[in-house]
Design a protein around this ligand. Structure first.
Ligand SMILES: CC(C)(COP(=O)(O)OP(=O)(O)OC[C@H]1O[C@@H](n2cnc3c(N)ncnc32)[C@H](O)[C@@H]1OP(=O)(O)O)[C@@H](O)C(=O)NCCC(=O)NCCS
Length: 179
């Protein structure tokens, strides 16, 4: 049985137990003001601790400023995680509105397409909805799985990317949905 629970920051290193490997033959790009799928083969190998280091350090930095981490477990096995950053810095087009960020979402390869990300995202959205946030933002890997998943959740691509997040991930598809 799959269960979801909040994970304390001390457990963040367990994220490296997740098999993040993936391959596909589609990449999304902005072309003439639209997000389009372009045939392009790519492969992400299973990450070793070094490959995870930067990602887990970013999660820990978010947790240190008040973000929340949840894990999905198959009994004791960690099979997915999601991170909610409660409020993005209010700069540029984000002035005067409270925008939460789905800051990380990773599901183990052998558990994909079983609704695990959906359960994690439902948990995050419920938590964001009881805050003052009006919008939920994600900087999505330009892959079929990530863009497909966020589209299924009601996110739409935006060209009004958050300046700090765009600087970090200019090739991502930046997406937003109301809460
Ligand atoms: C993106 C990811 C989190 C989705 O997790 P998941 O548990 O497989 O997703 P779910 O089973 O909850 O999928 C829910 C819906 O999302 C959409 N979706 C999920 N994977 C998809 C894919 N590969 N292609 C198209 N749509 C997809 C579908 O609409 C799906 O519903 P359906 O299975 O009934 O058709 C997972 O593929 C993953 O961890 N990928 C690698 C890391 C990554 O890219 N994370 C996002 C970074 S921003």
């Amino acid at each position: 049985m799959i269960t979801i629970r909040e994970m304390p920051p001390e457990e963040a290193d367990r994220i490296a137990e997740i098999d993040l490997s993936e391959d596909d033959d589609i990449v999304y790009y902005w072309i003439n003001g639209r997000v389009e799928a372009v045939p392009e083969a790519w492969r992400r190998p299973r990450l070793d601790p070094t490959g995870w280091w930067e990602r887990i350090a970013a999660v820990k930095a978010d947790l240190a400023i008040g973000a929340t981490l949840w894990g999905a477990f198959d009994d004791e096995k960690l099979i997915g995680v999601i991170v909610l950053r409660h409020c993005l810095p209010p700069v540029g087009a984000f002035l005067g509105q409270i925008t939460a960020q789905l800051a990380a979402l990773w599901v183990d390869r052998s558990y994909r397409r079983q609704g695990v990300a959906r359960q994690l995202a439902d948990t995050l959205i419920r938590a964001a909805q009881v805050s003052d946030a009006e919008w939920l933002y994600v900087s999505a890997t330009p892959s079929r799985s990530a863009v497909g998943f966020y589209t299924s959740l009601g996110f739409l691509p935006t060209q009004n990317a958050h300046p700090e997040l765009y600087a970090l991930e200019p090739d991502d598809i930046h997406m937003i949905r109301p809460l």
